[in-house]
Design a protein around this ligand. Structure first.
Ligand code: ACO
Length: 357
């Protein structure tokens, strides 16, 4: 048996390849370097959906814009009970209100849902009225507008696009596997996406970047980095933003996102501070676990980028879902095309029934 299914091949996919030894991510034949900072999120949606959604519309940005406007109707269901929940719980609950199904219209509504619902939840939680989508805008520009109530700059929309592209798909990570398991039962794309959101929520997967901001704030200044990190590890804590099941070298997404933070020149001091903390963490992790290669993962610079774009840390996992939902939807359809129910075996290690006397 393989602990955590490490090394177990559970699917064949044409969607993405994660080469953990070389630190290379390929999405449908394109390297991350070719896509991040160059392609729009909508281009990557088209790339991932191609073949799996035969009725994919030619104008993906306009279709996604209309889907944002359609799902906004569900925002009226935000009540005080939901507003007391964390943003990802509230966003997940609103997503669960959408009709399930397997067609392209369902897929586009699900693609729009994390963006529209997260922006509405954030605003409602701070006492502001949700802002309706503008279907004519690009997805990233509209997300910033719905969040802030006014447009962001082009550089900010480009930086968010880089983020969404960077996280759109990543092999058989925990949330994508969860989505594929549910899709394999033919429960519908909505059910698969809800499984993805639920798996992503955990701190070992998509829940890491919020605590990274807490770590940086607690460290406060470069001189405190070593002592803070050593005491965290001595307590048995894990350093959020470091380590990965597949990558044994630096996660290529970390540098794509670090580059995007650099474009937003307002926070250079914060970036320099984060680089000091990163260097200290890598050095101490090498001393602490010399037998492992614990490197910076995608979440470290995700935290910096989303902070610079004014997303509250409590929403970072929701923003991850805004990007990864494209991967879940493509994998769900790839799973359906392959056909078989995912149903592994287990080994019973409990007591056996007593034999009758
Ligand atoms: N800080 C300290 N120790 C760590 C870290 C870390 N960030 N990551 C792994 N280790 C240690 C573990 O304590 C464990 O030690 P042990 O062998 O003495 O028990 C050993 O390295 C292996 O840990 P596993 O959990 O078995 O390794 P796995 O490959 O499954 O871990 C994971 C991957 C869960 C991401 C892990 O590195 C981690 O918890 N990182 C921190 C959380 C994080 O950044 N998550 C985001 C990941 S990226 C993403 O999902 C999008």
């Amino acid at each position: 048996m393989s602990d955590g299914l490490e090394g177990v091949v559970a699917a064949e996919t044409v969607l993405s390849q994660v080469d953990g030894a070389a630190g290379v991510l390929i999405i449908r034949g394109r390297s991350l370097d070719e896509l991040a900072g160059h392609a729009r999120y909508e281009d990557v949606v088209a790339l991932l959906f191609d073949d799996f959604y035969p009725d994919l519309p030619a104008d993906v940005p306009a279709t996604l814009g209309r889907a944002r406007a359609e799902v906004f109707a569900e925002v009226s269901a935000l009540d005080t009970g939901l507003l007391d929940r964390t943003p990802i719980e509230a966003m997940r609950a609103l997503t669960a209100r959408l009709a399930d199904g397997d067609d392209i219209a369902v897929a586009f509504r699900l693609l729009a849902a994390p963006a529209v619902f997260t922006a509405a939840v954030v605003r409602a939680q701070s006492g502001e009225a949700p802002v309706a989508p503008d279907p004519t805008l690009g997805h990233s520009a509209d997300i910033l507008r719905m969040l802030r109530g006014k447009p962001g700059s082009k550089a900010e929309a480009d930086a968010l696009d880089t983020y969404l592209v960077t996280v759109a798909d990543h092999g058989l990570n925990a949330s994508t596997f969860a989505a594929r398991v549910v899709a394999s039962t033919r429960a519908g794309l909505g059910s698969a996406v809800l499984a993805g959101i639920s798996a992503l929520k955990g701190p070992l997967h998509g829940g890491a970047p919020g605590p990274i901001i807490e770590m940086l704030d607690e460290i406060g200044e470069p001189a405190n980095a070593r002592a803070w990190i050593e005491s965290a590890l001595a307590r048995g804590d894990r350093l959020m933003g470091f380590g990965h099941r597949i990558y044994k070298v630096r996660d290529p997404r970390a540098d794509a996102l670090k580059g995007a933070v650099r474009w937003l020149d307002a926070r250079q001091g914060r970036l320099e501070f984060a680089e000091v903390v990163e260097a200290a963490a890598l050095a101490i992790l090498r001393e602490h676990k010399p037998e492992r290669s614990l490197q910076t993962n995608v979440e470290f610079y995700t935290a910096l980028l989303l902070e610079a774009l004014d997303f509250p840390p409590s929403t970072f996992t929701c923003v991850f879902a805004m990007g990864r939902v494209a991967g879940w939807l493509a994998h769900a359809r790839e799973q359906l095309a392959g056909g078989r129910l995912i149903r592994p075996a287990s080994v019973y290690v409990g007591p056996m029934p007593k034999k009758a006397a």
